[in-house]
Design a protein around this ligand. Structure first.
Ligand SMILES: OB(O)c1ccc2cc[nH]c2c1
Length: 236
C-alpha cells in the first residue's frame, strides 16, 4: 500500500520510520510519503492560508496549493497506470472512523491524507477532487484537534497494521476490540500473583475450551459494561 500525506508539518510523520510501520516500510509493504504543502505555495512567504469569506475568526487554507499538491500525486498515479487513490480528509465534520473503515481502507492500494490546519481547507478542494477520486471525510471522535496530522497518524496506524504481512502473527488481529463488534478480553501474564492479585484459575487450567468460553463471556460482559451501544437490543 502506498500512503501519501500532504501537510504543513511533514516532519511530524518521521515517527512512522520506527516500530511496526517502520519495519513494514523497510519490507516494502508500506510506501509512506509526506509532502510539504508549502512547496506548492509560490509566493515569497509560501502562504497557504487566507481570511475566510463571510468573516469569522481564524484563517482558511487556500485551494491553490492543495490543487497543485494533489494534482501531482494523482497525475503520477494515473501516469503509472495505477488505481485511482482515495483521498482521506481528517475532519471533525467527518463520519466516525471505525475499525470497519480501517479494514475497508486496508484493502486499497493507495491512500492520500490531506491534513488541514487553521479553520480547515477551502471546501472547493473536496468538491473538486470528488470529481476525480473517492473522497472520505473521517473523524477520530467527537472532539476537535488543532489539525489533521494526529488524526491521520492514528488512521495510518489503524489501517497500516491491517495490511497483510505488516503484523507478524495475523492471529493477534483476531478478537481485538471492535474487530467483531465486541471489546477484547482482559489479558494476563506471569507472575501468577502480583500485589495479592491472582490470575484467573481458568487461564491456568489447560482446558482450552473453558479458556475460550471464559474469554468470550469476558468480552460480552466488558462490552455490556463499557460500551452497551455496541451490543444489539437483545444483548445489552
Ligand atoms: O479534530 B480533527 O480531526 C481535525 C482535523 C482537521 C483539522 C483542521 C483544523 N482543525 C482540524 C481538526
Amino acid at each position: 500500500m502506498r500512503i501519501d500525506i500532504v501537510t504543513i508539518f511533514p516532519e511530524f510523520f518521521r515517527v512512522l520510520d520506527v516500530s511496526l510501520l517502520g519495519r513494514a516500510r523497510t519490507a516494502g509493504l508500506l510506501d509512506v510519503r509526506a509532502h510539504d504543502l508549502r512547496d506548492h505555495a509560490h509566493d515569497r512567504h509560501r502562504t497557504v492560508d487566507d481570511t475566510p469569506y463571510g468573516g469569522g475568526a481564524g484563517m482558511v487554507m487556500k485551494p491553490e496549493p492543495w490543487g497543485e499538491a494533489l494534482d501531482g500525486i494523482l497525475d503520477e498515479a494515473e501516469g503509472a497506470g495505477e488505481t485511482v487513490p482515495t483521498l482521506i480528509v481528517p475532519s471533525p465534520a467527518g463520519e466516525p472512523f471505525t475499525q470497519a473503515i480501517a479494514a475497508e481502507l486496508a484493502q486499497l492500494d493507495h491512500l492520500v491524507f490531506a491534513c488541514g490546519r487553521y479553520e480547515g481547507i477551502d471546501q472547493r478542494v473536496v468538491d473538486h477532487y470528488e470529481e476525480r477520486m473517492p473522497v472520505r471525510l473521517l473523524s477520530l471522535g467527537d472532539y476537535v484537534l488543532n489539525g489533521g496530522e494526529v488524526a491521520a497518524m492514528a488512521m495510518i496506524e489503524a489501517v497500516g497494521r491491517l495490511v497483510p504481512g505488516v503484523v507478524g502473527n495475523p492471529e493477534s488481529l483476531v478478537e481485538e476490540s471492535h474487530e467483531d463488534g465486541l471489546l477484547e478480553y482482559p489479558s494476563y501474564t506471569k507472575p501468577q500473583v502480583w500485589r495479592g492479585l491472582e490470575v484467573p484459575d481458568v487461564l491456568r487450567s489447560g482446558n482450552h475450551g473453558a479458556v475460550a468460553a471464559w474469554r468470550h463471556e469476558q468480552r460480552i460482559e466488558r462490552t455490556r459494561r463499557v460500551r452497551p451501544d455496541l451490543l444489539g437490543d437483545d444483548d445489552a
